[in-house]
Design a protein around this ligand. Structure first.
Ligand SMILES: *[C@@H]1O[C@H](CO)[C@@H](O)[C@H](O)[C@H]1NC(C)=O
Ligand SMILES: *[C@@H]1O[C@H](CO)[C@@H](O)[C@H](O)[C@H]1NC(C)=O
Ligand SMILES: *[C@@H]1O[C@H](CO)[C@@H](O)[C@H](O)[C@H]1NC(C)=O
Length: 195
């Protein structure tokens, strides 16, 4: 019986110990900043990759900015780090009010969708409809090769049979056509200049 109680207490303690600190939301950021730092713009809450256990941590530092695609982390002092694979930062990152790259990348996983390219840490993922299974974009995509989910509606629908072939060809052929032209022109350039 005693052992059982001891175990329960131990479990509770370890649960408390593993509680992860989360940076305050935008609404609570100023409250915490006011209670901790002077001036409040010194309040900095970032991922701490110096510790073995990766956690967010807040302290008074000084306001800092870094260019698109990057954020800051504590390591142990402020250090530039690229956004993680599933996030992106298209504009300057600032420590005042932010702890991570601003946007989460779209998943390209709704019905009929596939990833066209993941892109770097400054842009959203690009989606394409699975044309081989008869899917096509609901909206006319500005670019025939892919769709940008942060600026366009990238939903796909299952094409109706008579247009199946046409739809199927439209996207891929145009893409491979430009790729073909591109490859040819590179080959010609190399041929002319280097050989
Ligand atoms: C807070 O910011 C000021 C400048 O805004 C700076 O001089 C000061 O050192 C900062 N304090 C800390 C603890 O970093
Ligand atoms: C797509 O574009 C074509 C020509 O640009 C137009 O005729 C068609 O109505 C458009 N479809 C949609 C759903 O916007
Ligand atoms: C479109 O054609 C593919 C094979 O080319 C087929 O598997 C698919 O079911 C067709 N889609 C529709 C909606 O007919």
């Amino acid at each position: 019986m005693d052992i059982l109680i001891l175990l329960t207490v131990f479990q509770m303690v370890s649960l408390v110990g593993s509680y992860e600190f989360i940076c305050p939301s935008q609404a609570h950021w100023n409250l915490r900043a006011k209670s901790m730092c002077k001036p409040t713009t010194n309040y900095t809450c970032l991922f701490d990759i110096n510790l073995q256990i990766n956690v967010y941590r807040d302290r008074c530092y000084r306001p800092s900015i870094v260019g698109p695609g990057y954020k800051y982390v504590f390591q142990p002092n402020l250090n530039r780090a690229a956004c993680s694979d599933n996030r992106y930062q298209p504009f300057i990152f600032e420590t005042v009010g932010y702890s991570d790259c601003t946007f989460q990348k779209s998943l390209c996983n709704s019905l009929g969708q596939e990833t066209y390219e993941n892109g770097d840490t400054t842009v959203d993922r690009k989606c394409i409809c699975n044309t081989e299974r008869g899917y096509t974009f609901v909206m006319n995509s500005t670019n025939q090769c892919y769709c940008n989910p942060s600026t366009e509606d990238c939903s796909c629908y299952l094409g109706i049979n008579p247009y199946n072939k046409t739809i199927e060809l439209k996207g891929r052929v145009q893409c491979s056509f430009w790729l073909y032209i591109f490859t040819i022109s590179i080959k010609q350039n190399n041929g002319g200049v280097f050989l």
